[in-house]
Design a binder for this molecule. Structure first.
Ligand code: SAH
Length: 213
């Protein structure tokens, strides 16, 4: 079993990232430190172990795979781009090999759009996500938040810090409270063509959200 947030971050940094990032879908890999912070916070708040975790816009699976390592009962990966499935499966194999974990039957991959996949609310569900920040697809962050609120009473998410006001307004409108937030510097490797600098750091805020009724 993983013993510390640092152990978790070291393991997550070993996972494979997008082989061919799709710029339109804002496919960039979550920094392993930020992913570990978000997951560890959820774990300490009893929102991972034995939960039904939904990884929205799962990409190559870093968040859901971390959740499996922390004892999630089941992880559902939902992703619009079927081409990432091969890498996600490779990463699940890395998880099994590193921790001698038996994960057969504990995960599912759903190739679908988060806003039309038609899932209904589960009381034991927790969403973890690093949604597109909405820089390519306008309002993609709102699409993801809206979808998440329909699926789970508890959501862990990350957004550009410059959009904090939008997240606050969204939570107020949707009867959610912010239970936790932490600012991090998020290194974006130059994998998407339009990033000019080789390594750009952007301000990102991690949020824990909870439905109040
Ligand atoms: N969760 C991954 C990837 C984050 S990038 C990680 O943390 O590394 C955002 C992901 O959302 C991409 O994989 C992109 O293909 C996916 N995505 C974008 N729009 C989507 C939609 N409408 N429905 C489902 N997935 C979507």
């Amino acid at each position: 079993m993983v013993r510390s947030r640092k152990d978790l971050a070291v393991f997550l940094s070993k996972l494979t990232t997008f082989p061919k990032p799709n710029q339109q879908l804002e496919q960039y890999s979550t920094d392993s430190e930020a992913a570990a912070k978000l997951l560890w916070q959820a774990y300490l708040s009893n929102n991972i172990t034995d939960k039904y975790v939904i990884d929205l816009g799962a990409g190559t699976g870093i968040l859901g795979i971390g959740a499996l390592l922390l004892g999630a009962a089941h992880v559902e990966f939902i992703e619009i781009d079927a081409t990432v499935y091969t890498t996600l499966k490779e990463n699940l194999a890395i998880l099994e090999a590193n921790w001698e974990l038996e994960i057969a039957g504990k995960w599912t991959f759903t190739n679908n759009n988060v806003s039309t996949c038609g899932k209904t609310l589960r009381e034991d569900a927790v969403v973890v996500m690093n949604p597109p920040f909405g820089t390519q697809m306008k309002h993609a962050d709102k699409t993801f938040l809206t979808a998440a609120t329909k699926m789970a009473p508890i959501i862990y998410t990350m957004h550009k810090t410059s959009t904090r006001n939008f997240v606050q307004a969204f939570t107020a409108d949707h009867k959610l409270i912010i239970t936790w937030q932490e600012d991090v510097l998020f290194p974006l490797k130059n994998t998407l063509g339009h990033h000019k600098k080789r390594l750009e750091r952007i301000q990102v805020t991690l949020f824990g959200l909870e439905q109040t009724e």
